[in-house]
Structure formats: structure tokens, C-alpha cells
Design a binder for this molecule. Structure first.
Ligand code: UD1
Length: 425
């Protein structure tokens, strides 16, 4: 089967030095769309999602669902889902390409009573285990075993039952797995130490509109009273706060002036405060933000944390900003143990960064220089684009299939803001 993710040998060429100006509209969030799409395995009629970003990862999730027997129609950002899965066996060739495929495990157990799902792949940002997803299934009563690289699950004849799930570590995906699986389990599930990300709130909003009974989303304790079935529902995917944050940094780093539309500012509160502390002017409106900068960024230390802290998904992009700061800063990565793979590439552009375990020390330089660089993961690819936007000369960024996983129409969006950027072989 074709590799849906690594399907391009194009590169991005950027000539640095243009200040970005104008306005950009943010797409729906990949990280909200993926768990919402998995809901189609348990809602069998009249489920539609709009504002779905057209990305390698959402296309892959769609293919995975189609392969399980779900019928879909995707037009202008809207997907109509129909039918229930016809089998319980997820394709290895699809699942290996995306870690978030693990989100289908619970819904398959609910609708089929059994599941055979390969151990997932995805971005190489650490070992990324799935033990917490498995713990969720077992707490809710499923039997799980591992055989030849597959997770094999079955549900006892009495069905899945609500339970207390106390996470030893906060996980976005495992919290979503618990919600997706417990919504239709018998009785009450109480999730403690739950993740609080806006994408989880979006998933719960959609489920509750479909008749689920879930409370506490957006806090660390979520209570789910299982219901018998879910009804038809239409839901609009929440805006992508990481894409919005990436454009905010693009405006700051180029000393531009950009209006970022279709944003929920409160979902970016911590990040926007940090950006203000680096000297950018941040104006917040109801559904948009305006970011401009008139000077080199000030150095400001950050530590990545679960929401509502500084998002790990903006760490790489923020490091590019700090590479040009007027002084030294430190970035501590608390969520993933191997998420500094962009550092050697930024150094190729002239950044001065040293890494000691989870801490990167960044010595601000006066300018970056264009270079040939290789993206190592999704957010790293954006950090290199940001470097290219300000570097002297024309940079060439390879490995951009990572970018296609999570940024919709990025080249057009940046061009429209005045960047000198193109994509070609
Ligand atoms: C999601 C996001 C990703 C983001 C991450 C953290 C999606 C599709 N992806 O990933 O963009 O970077 O949240 O905000 O929404 N862990 C375990 N066992 C598990 C699961 C996770 O130990 O079973 C660990 C991970 O290795 C990591 C930490 O928990 O150190 C947090 O990971 P998690 O929140 O689960 O990330 P994802 O849901 O995979």
C-alpha cells in the first residue's frame, strides 16, 4: 500500500527577510479532528464533522475508517460518516504511519466487541508508549493481549463497565481513549489526572451533543455516565491553536504585523503571555488575535507543560524565535524525552544552542543564515520554516511530508502574508 504520509519528495525553498503583513485564517485542529473522526465507529447514523483540515493525518484516519467499513463523503472540509465498522481488524500499513491510530482501539471494542490493532508508529519524538491506552481498556473490562506486533482486545459478554481510571501520568491520547470508550459503557467512569487540552473539550462537546453524559472536561477530573446509544450530530472542529501559535511566532520573528483569524484566544493564553514577555505586541479580540513586533525578541525562559501550560507542540517554533533573542534563554522540554531533534538543523542555520538532557540553552545571535536542512518531525518542520523566513539567503527544507501532516496550505498562507516561499522538487 502507498505511504500516505511520506508521499512527497518536494522541498520548500524560502528566501528570508520579508516582514509578514496581512491576515490569515486558521484551520480546524488536527489534534481535535482525529479523535472526533474515531467517533464515527460508534455513531452509526447522521454524523457529520465540518472544519476538518485536509492534512496527511486526517486523510490517513479517513482511509483507516473506510478500511474498517465506514462510508464517508468529504467535501469542502465537511465529512459525512455512515454505517458501523464491518470488521475489527485495522490495517498494519495504515496504523504504522500514525500514532493517533491507537484512538480507534476503544471505539472498535465498543462497536465490535473485539479489536485487532497493530502497535502504532508516527512522529519520532521519543518512545511514545501506549501503556496508558491499554490500562484504560483493561479498567473498563476489556481483555487485552499482544501478539506479533498487534494489540488484540475482546469484551466479555457482560460488556464494558464504567470504572475509576486514575492516570499515573497525564496523557492527551489516553484521556481521549477513556472518553471514547466509556461514553457507551455501563455505569459511571471517573477519570482522575485527566488531560485538560481544548481538543478534549471539543471531543466532549461533540459527544454531549450526541446524547452522551460527560462532565468536567477541561479540568483534571472527568465524570462519564454511560448512555445506551449516541444520536446523530453535526460538529464543527475547534480551531488549531498550534497553527495559530506558529503564525504568531512567524509575525514576531519577521517583525511583522499579522491578524490571525478563527482563533479561540483563551486556548492560547499561556503562550500569548510568553510572546508578550518577549516584547511582541499581542492584541486579543473575540475570535482573532493580532501580533506585531518592532524589535529583536527579548530572551524569555519556558518549560513545556500539559495544558494550560506552554504547549510542547510550540516548543520547536519558539526555539527559532529565541535563537534570535537579545540575550540567552533556556527551554525545558517536560513532555517528550526526545524532542530536540530540530536543534542540529537550527545550528546549521547559525543558531547557538546546547542541549543537556531535557534543557536547551540558546544564545541569541544577530542573524541566521540560509542552509539546506531536514525536518525531523511535524513541529520541527515549522521551526525550520520560521528560520527560513528570517535567514539571509535561500533555505531549502527537506522532509516536508512531516509538515503535510499538520499544516493545511501552509505555503499559500505564508505567501499571502508576503513570505518568499515556494514548494518544488
Ligand atoms: C498528543 C498530541 C501531540 C502532543 C501531545 C502532548 C494528538 C493527535 N497528538 O499526543 O501533538 O504533542 O498530545 O501535548 O493529539 N505516554 C505514556 N503512555 C501512554 C501514552 C502517553 O507514557 O500510553 C506519555 C508519552 O510518552 C508522553 C506523555 O505521556 O511522554 C504525553 O503524551 P500524550 O499526551 O499521550 O501525547 P499524545 O496523545 O500521543
Amino acid at each position: 500500500m502507498d505511504d500516505l504520509v511520506k508521499n512527497t519528495n518536494e522541498r520548500i525553498f524560502i528566501t528570508g527577510g520579508k516582514k509578514l503583513h496581512g491576515s490569515v485564517t486558521i484551520s480546524g485542529a488536527k489534534n481535535a479532528a482525529l479523535p472526533l473522526m474515531a467517533l464515527s465507529l460508534i455513531i452509526n447514523k447522521g454524523f457529520t464533522l465540518s472544519n476538518v483540515p485536509n492534512l496527511a493525518d486526517t486523510r490517513l484516519m479517513l482511509k483507516l475508517l473506510n478500511d474498517l467499513g465506514i462510508q464517508t463523503k468529504w467535501e469542502n472540509g465537511k465529512i459525512d460518516f455512515n454505517g458501523l465498522p464491518l470488521n475489527d481488524h485495522a490495517s498494519y500499513d495504515l496504523v504504522r504511519q500514525m500514532r493517533a491510530s491507537i484512538l480507534i482501539l476503544g471505539p472498535l471494542l465498543v462497536s465490535q466487541g473485539s479489536a485487532k490493532v497493530p502497535l502504532p508508529g508516527g512522529c519520532a519524538i521519543g518512545s511514545r508508549p501506549i501503556d496508558l491506552h491499554v490500562m484504560v481498556m483493561e479498567r473498563l473490562g476489556a481483555n487485552i493481549k499482544f501478539e506479533s506486533g498487534y494489540i488484540i482486545g475482546s469484551v466479555p459478554s457482560s460488556g464494558l463497565k464504567g470504572a475509576k481510571i486514575d492516570f499515573p501520568k497525564i496523557s492527551v491520547g489516553a484521556t481521549e481513549s477513556a472518553i471514547l470508550t466509556a461514553a457507551l459503557a455501563k455505569g459511571q467512569t471517573v477519570i482522575s489526572n485527566a488531560a485538560q487540552e481544548p481538543e478534549i473539550v471539543d471531543l466532549v462537546n461533540c459527544l454531549n451533543k450526541a446524547g452522551a453524559d460527560i462532565m468536567g472536561e477541561g479540568t483534571n477530573k472527568i465524570i462519564i455516565n454511560g448512555v445506551k446509544s449516541l444520536n446523530k450530530v453535526h460538529h464543527e472542529v475547534v480551531a488549531d491553536r498550534i497553527e495559530a501559535g506558529s503564525f504568531a511566532i512567524a509575525s514576531s520573528i519577521t517583525m511583522g504585523d499579522v491578524e490571525i483569524k478563527n482563533v479561540i484566544p483563551k486556548n492560547l493564553q499561556f503562550f500569548l503571555k510568553v510572546l508578550e514577555n518577549t516584547g511582541s505586541k499581542v492584541e486579543v479580540f473575540k475570535n482573532s488575535i493580532n501580533i506585531c513586533a518592532f524589535r529583536k525578541p527579548l530572551p524569555y525562559d519556558v518549560t513545556t507543560q500539559e495544558h494550560p501550560g506552554f504547549p510542547t507542540d510550540l516548543q520547536a517554533q519558539y526555539m527559532t524565535l529565541m535563537s534570535l533573542a537579545d540575550g540567552n534563554s533556556q527551554i525545558t522540554e517536560n513532555i517528550f524525552e526526545n524532542r530536540f531533534m530540530h536543534v542540529p538543523e537550527l545550528i546549521r542555520m547559525g543558531a547557538k544552542i546546547s542541549v543537556n538532557k531535557q534543557k536547551a540553552t540558546i544564545k541569541g545571535v544577530d542573524y541566521l543564515k540560509a542552509a539546506k536542512v531536514m525536518a525531523s518531525d511535524l513541529r520541527a518542520s515549522m521551526c525550520l520554516i520560521l528560520g527560513g523566513l528570517v535567514a539571509l539567503g535561500t533555505s531549502e527544507i527537506d522532509g516536508i511530508y512531516h509538515l503535510d501532516r499538520g499544516y493545511e496550505n501552509i505555503v499559500d498562507k505564508l505567501s499571502n502574508l508576503g513570505a518568499d516561499i515556494r514548494r518544488s522538487r
